[in-house]
Design a protein around this ligand. Structure first.
Ligand SMILES: O=C(O)CCC(=O)C(=O)O
Ligand SMILES: [Fe+2]
Length: 321
């Protein structure tokens, strides 16, 4: 894949050559500001209520309490539909992934006071849970995984579960996602790892380590706090985690993650027959699923596209060609 640094002008958020080089060295970039903190706080106050309206959620069959319950709310919620298409995000995605980019997944990551941090992990095929690939890159690709933007909907500090990364680990997979993991929600909030309360929503990534004796080198970990309205970009194959919410503040921390790949990537091919995705203790049918073309055009036709939300709001293309 050729990667071009582009000229930065007003309204344009393509990465500079230095930012790109930095991204490829470390595997993450940011934080960048999408909303000022006060604006984000007002947005969240409003959208929190909107999100309770589940009359048009894409996966009405997903059960409450399962990890898939609030997947892909950008497909029904207008605010999130705008967020995933914003040029501040999409131009940067396109600087790394090329001109033709889809958003295929979004998720919320809430941490309430006292909650464990997210344990160290990497995602290449996103099939670590069920052992079946969710995304497949074309043969011979340099990269795998998805580019993630993780946006802080509330402040995320070292005391309130900010993200952590181990820079430069994005090129080696320390986990074999084809093994699949056991789901056991009784594991949640139970375990300290090196003195830090961490877990993975009922999964334990140690079950699928390539080398059972390996441990992530936490001495190299960096914490990346974000103010409400800021976002970080990272490869899903970068070793990443979050710190626990220590409970000193009574405010929950909420992350919103959206995942992007080039149009050449095939999403949910392995679920073509069943039309069902199963992970994190839940499942949902793909009837309303569609990827969103946020940049360029689709010359492959691998994926079902959604051009509008379930409420009929069109998605915008931030970088048409
Ligand atoms: O927010 C978190 O604690 C974890 C987020 C994460 O793992 C992801 O966005 O891939
Ligand atoms: Fe993750």
């Amino acid at each position: 894949m050729t990667i071009q640094a582009q000229q930065v002008s007003p309204g344009s958020f393509f990465l500079t050559r230095d930012e790109l080089a930095d991204f490829h060295t470390r595997g993450f970039l940011g934080p960048f500001t999408l909303f000022e903190p006060e604006e984000m706080k007002a947005n969240w106050k409003r959208e929190r209520l909107q999100l309770f309206d589940r009359s048009k959620v894409p996966y009405p069959d997903a059960k409450p309490g399962t990890g898939v319950y609030d997947y892909d709310r950008h497909l029904d919620n207008g605010f999130l539909a705008d967020v995933v298409c914003r040029p501040e995000i999409v131009h940067r995605m396109s600087s790394i992934l090329g001109p033709d980019v889809i958003c295929w997944r979004s998720e919320f990551f809430p941490k309430y006071p006292g909650d464990e941090g997210t344990d160290w992990h990497q995602a290449d095929t996103f099939g670590g849970g069920d052992g079946v690939p969710h995304i497949v890159w074309p043969d011979g690709s340099d990269f795998g995984g998805a580019l993630t933007i993780w946006m802080a909907m509330t402040d995320a500090t070292e005391e309130t579960a900010c993200m952590q990364f181990i820079p430069g680990t994005q090129r080696t997979m320390y986990y074999d996602e084809s093994k699949g993991m056991h789901y056991d929600p009784s594991r949640v909030n139970q375990k300290e790892v090196n003195g830090v309360l961490r877990g993975f929503f009922g999964y334990d990534w140690r079950e699928i380590q390539v080398d059972p004796n390996w441990e992530p080198d936490e001495s190299k970990a960096v914490s990346v706090p974000c103010r409400a309205g800021q976002f970080i970009i990272f490869w899903s194959t970068l070793m990443h985690a979050s710190l626990p919410h220590l409970g000193k503040s009574k405010e929950m921390r909420l992350g919103f993650a959206a995942r992007y790949v080039p149009t050449s990537v095939t999403v949910y091919e392995a679920m073509k027959e069943s039309n069902v995705v199963t992970e994190l203790g839940g499942s949902f049918s793909l009837d309303n699923f569609g990827t969103v073309l946020v940049s360029g055009r689709d010359e492959y036709g691998h994926n079902r596209m959604r051009t509008e939300t379930t409420r009929g709001k069109p998605f915008s293309n931030a970088n048409p060609r």
